[in-house]
Ligand binder design. Sequence first.
Ligand SMILES: C[S@@+](CC[C@H](N)C(=O)[O-])C[C@H]1O[C@@H](n2cnc3c(N)ncnc32)[C@H](O)[C@@H]1O
Length: 329
Amino acid sequence: MSEASTSSATGASDPERPASDPELVEGSPTPTPRRRLRLVGIGCGDPDQLTLEAVRALQDASFALVTVKREHDPLADVRRAIIERHAPGLRVVEVVDPERDRSASATATIAGYENVVDDWHEARAEAWEQALLGTPGGGAGPWAAGGAGGGAGPWAADGAGGGAGPWAADGAGGGAGPWAADEHSDGALLVWGDPAFYDSTIRVVERVVARGAIDLEWDVLPGISALQLLAARHRVVLHEVGQPVLVTTARRLREAVDAGADNLVVMLGAGLDLTGLEDWTIWWGANLGARSEALVHGRVADALPVIETARAEAKATAGWVMDVYLLRR
Ligand SMILES: C[S@@+](CC[C@H](N)C(=O)[O-])C[C@H]1O[C@@H](n2cnc3c(N)ncnc32)[C@H](O)[C@@H]1O
């Protein structure tokens, strides 16, 4: 790392300080309104898992940006339920998530997978930019920003009309986006778990800022990650005394084991291939925090059939399944 930098928070943690409020000097021009996007970690599905800081961020926001998949998206439903619980009436701006190339040919190699993800991040950045600018047809979906008219849905704005977007109120049209007319306006982006683990939100927001079309501040509020929930539910420490834990993906599990890792947390798996690890111990959890939560612990060979059944049941109950596990030699 050749570069060092210092940065100050954008005011997320100090309620006493009106973050980045421009100093008002008599006779100086009116300060540019601050538009801040807050990346709010929401935990893994249980509305009780939001921190007080996260709840306050939702309550203070002018709108929430929620990504939805083209087909029915149960995780978007969870986000809406969280908003309804903690910030009822908060306007929801939906952004339809661009499709990612999941073909085996494109993702067979690590390099191919990284290319696909890179393209996907850029497409997401473009879609979010459009939604934040309030561009008509900018992918905001049925709850689209101003001008969406009758399709605005239950969390819709107040009939802002005019194409100004979800935050707009000043009639600025092009460029005002969903921001409120007030001098300062926050948007909240609800991030599953904690934004620091296997989540592209930070990278996509960096791209939105780099594209330069929106003058945007942003900050990150941590959430409870699936990692923490797994440990809590199993009442286990993720590593042995003074030892490391490697957090990786199912895709890279083999590589990690071959390199000698013997205590790993594995995320982003579509199924479990643990051939050769039959004598290891597993602490597995699916849909943690949801009503369909399932836990299995034991020797891998014994646990695997139980896990397969529990995984299928969780999917059938909730309509979605995500799992994470700790593996130890
Ligand atoms: C895209 S990553 C997001 C991780 C998230 N940022 C976090 O901090 O937990 C999705 C992966 O996280 C894990 N995960 C997320 N939510 C989960 C849950 N409720 N139960 C079990 N695993 C979960 C799974 O490994 C899933 O494949």
